[in-house]
Write a protein that binds this ligand. Sequence first.
Ligand SMILES: NC(=O)C1=CN([C@@H]2O[C@H](COP(=O)(O)OP(=O)(O)OC[C@H]3O[C@@H](n4cnc5c(N)ncnc54)[C@H](O)[C@@H]3O)[C@@H](O)[C@H]2O)C=CC1
Ligand SMILES: CC(=O)C(=O)O
Ligand SMILES: [Mg+2]
Length: 472
Amino acid sequence: MAVPKSGSTNIIVRVEMDKASAAFGRIAMAIGDSGGDIVAIDVSGTGKVTTIRDLTVNITDTGAKDLIVQVLNKLPGVKVLQVSDQTFLMHLGGKIEVTPKMAIKSRDDLSRVYTPGVASVCMAIHEDPSRAHTLTIKRNTVAVVSDGSAVLGLGNIGPLAAMPVMEGKAMLFKQLAGVDAFPICLDSQDTEEIIATIKRIAPAFGGINLEDISSPRCFEIERRLIEELDIPVFHDDQHGTAVVLLAGLYNAVKLVGKRLEDCKIVLCGIGAAGIACTKILQAAGVTRIVGVDREGAIVRGNDYTHDAWRWYAEHTNPDKESGTLSDVIVDADIFIGVSGPGVLSRGDIGKMAPDPIVFAMANPTPEIAPEEAEGIVRVIATGRSDYPNQINNVLCFPGLFRGVLDCRASRVTEEMKIAAAKAIASVVGEDELNEQYIIPSVFNPHVAEKVKEAVVQAAYASGVARRRERGF
Ligand SMILES: NC(=O)C1=CN([C@@H]2O[C@H](COP(=O)(O)OP(=O)(O)OC[C@H]3O[C@@H](n4cnc5c(N)ncnc54)[C@H](O)[C@@H]3O)[C@@H](O)[C@H]2O)C=CC1
Ligand SMILES: CC(=O)C(=O)O
Ligand SMILES: [Mg+2]
């Protein structure tokens, strides 16, 4: 496929052309007039009456896509069947596959990997279940489990629609840390059913990464699974996010010359990510945290519908600040957004203390776009890959699970999370630290390695590592 020019993208327009009435010249002209440039043409099917062509069209303005479809559909004998872009093409047929580690080339091989040879391995595990770690995929495999109830910031889009995110997480596990991960999207949003299902599939896995399960159900699901399973269970949106947030803040406050413990932090979106971020900040010594959700600041004394918010009201906002985000953001040193798009305005940033730090982490659309905050913010970070300072849990979960699998940890402790945060922050050298670089890139090969080392060391120190390892 032709490589798109910088700042442009290729789309594939599949058109059905009536042989008698459609003229290719008109199609080419219509595409050109709508801001597209045909860079390749493939015939994908031809019949007696019609022919189907895939036109690869380079566009520089994303709006051109809709215009092209509109004008083509108006041409005589032309019908647009489908439009794909690079992103959709990368998803065709899914993004991962299962690959055997060896080929079965002979009857002898067959009799070892399958019956009868496999039977002796099954019996060895039956007699000593701990051998499942060495004789099956369990030692290197994690289940990425979602119910599709809080997918990115897209909301409750269900298990089928959640799959592309879970496949993406599985790719990142493998590429960044060599961990095999299975995307599993459950067709239930019932807490007890989810717990029971995960418990039933757990034997195959060395760890469970819960993903995009909405709050407050996610707290109960994680708590029960941690209690009832003997493998680590980690809700990525809570703890992965919290770890990376803390890493970013360690470096951001260093850059602006403040102490994290002294900062006033306003955190918007008191859900899975928001509550975990609050708890890790408290563990790091921050006391002045004001949480805001749709109805405004969470304040002690108000009546809240669920335990997580009742806990929040009791343990945050010491000065009982109330009102909207715009009210409580006055004099805040740091804004953290794990809520939804466009929640923070330029005017809000203007009310913050000098050298404001803004982490607008909602995906895919942040609480404020970096362009909008330009000039009035000292440090801005988002969850996205297309801006500097990507605060995203992908910096944590691959290395963290590499570590817990390697030392066969029974669970993930607070010490392991803080160690992971410090490890991520440490990848940015003192001489490299600047407003555009407070957090290492996802592609920095040192991140997963450092996180793994820190997590393993903390797991041994916390007494949860179950594998004897030299050096610890
Ligand atoms: N950058 C990263 O690594 C991560 C980013 N996120 C993002 O954080 C957001 C929240 O994710 P979760 O905590 O998993 O979801 P959640 O559904 O558990 O919590 C979201 C909370 O934000 C609140 N909220 C939504 N829109 C709001 C608004 N306009 N104003 C105030 N509060 C609002 C909701 O009421 C809810 O309490 C999502 O956009 C998600 O993509 C989540 C995890 C990791
Ligand atoms: C990054 C991530 O896990 C989320 O936005 O939900
Ligand atoms: Mg997530």
